[in-house]
Design a protein around this ligand. Structure first.
Ligand code: AFP
Length: 322
């Protein structure tokens, strides 16, 4: 089976980017080990603190963030980091050429039930003019990403990654410690009858998404003329992995509870990397109003509505907004 290095070279990734990705994945392997130790290593449960988003931090959120931060900031490849668990940007090396944004442990509430969790990341060039502690350099649209992916800590540890030449899936071979290519150039089916949304929020949704979900729930008796099935992992990384593997539509739409928060998911380290992976696999990623990767961020923890997955299904959903 092909190793990650060979695939990255074949996709034309520059050497420094390959070295950065390998460094980032070394951190993810360490996180994978800590996750698998679970209660034996005393890493489960919450801390007494909240992150900048006002969410209670799990011990594994803090541990994973620290592992990534330590390894990336010492690598020399990274100018600065933005993380879900850090209020501001973390300056690294003044002569680093890349910016890395990450959610160190997406779905961390799933640690309590030994269910799917993962690390999501995106990589962009650091502009020459930027000081390492300048957050404005991170305010680039997703179209500027040079690589993005996630590592899923499930029954096996898997990596989904793109450098803009297709989305490939790798599996961590724990016997030798490397990621091996297990599915190249993954293609998301254009049609689906599976959807993922937290329907407990339905009363807060805007009309277009209410109308769309009502059509799906009406099944074969309704305008879509077929029955749909619903899945919800409560970790975006798990839901997007399923959509990449067998198609589907995943939504975390805007809801009317707090106009300051246009959706729950964060643009830089959740929506954008997943949008890049999905588009490279033939899928679509929209806010309902436009392409996620074209949203111009105004702050590093910005939230956006997310509608992502199988092409025809996302387009049908988005048509309700027009
Ligand atoms: P946590 O990392 O705090 O568990 O949140 C995960 C997440 O941001 C995203 O991965 C999920 O899709 C979404 O929240 C699930 O949220 P709800 O099930 O609470 O609506």
């Amino acid at each position: 089976m092909k190793r990650l290095n060979s695939q990255l070279q074949q996709d034309g990734a520059p050497l420094e980017l390959i070295l950065l990705i390998r460094t980032l994945l070394a951190a993810c392997k360490e996180i994978s080990f800590r996750v698998s130790q679970g209660a034996l290593a005393g890493v489960l449960g919450s801390t007494l603190s909240e992150n900048v988003q006002g969410e209670t931090q799990k011990k594994l959120d803090v541990i994973s963030n620290q592992i990534l931060k330590d390894i990336l900031s010492e690598s020399g490849y990274v100018k600065a980091i933005s993380s879900e668990e850090e209020e501001g940007v973390v300056p690294c090396s003044e002569d680093g050429n890349y910016l890395v944004s990450f959610d160190p442990l997406d779905g961390s509430s799933n640690t309590e039930i030994n269910s799917l969790i993962g690390t999501i990341f995106s990589i962009a060039h650091a502009p020459q003019w930027m000081e390492a502690n300048d957050p404005s350099a991170f305010l680039q649209p997703g179209t500027q990403m040079v690589a993005a992916g996630y590592v899923l800590y499930g029954p096996s540890t898997m990596l989904a990654m793109t450098t803009g030449r297709g989305t490939h899936l790798y599996t961590l071979d724990k016997t030798h410690g490397g990621f091996l290519l297990t599915k190249d150039n993954i293609q998301v089916p254009e049609q689906t009858s599976e959807f993922a949304i937290n329907t407990s929020n339905a009363r807060h949704w805007e009309q277009p998404i209410q109308d769309y979900i009502n059509d799906l729930l009406a099944g074969s008796d309704g305008p879509r003329g077929k029955d749909y099935n619903m899945r919800w992992v409560a970790a975006m990384v798990g839901d997007i992995h399923r959509v990449l593997c067998r198609g589907g539509i995943f939504m975390y739409p805007f809801d009317k509870r707090n106009p300051e928060k246009p959706g729950k998911l964060r643009l830089l380290y959740e929506a954008n990397p997943m949008a890049f992976l999905m588009e490279q696999a033939g899928g679509v990623a929209s806010t309902g109003e436009g392409r996620i990767m074209e949203v111009m961020p105004t702050e590093i923890h910005q939230r956006v509505p997310v509608i992502i997955g199988s092409k025809e299904e996302v387009e049908t959903c988005v048509s309700k907004y027009q």
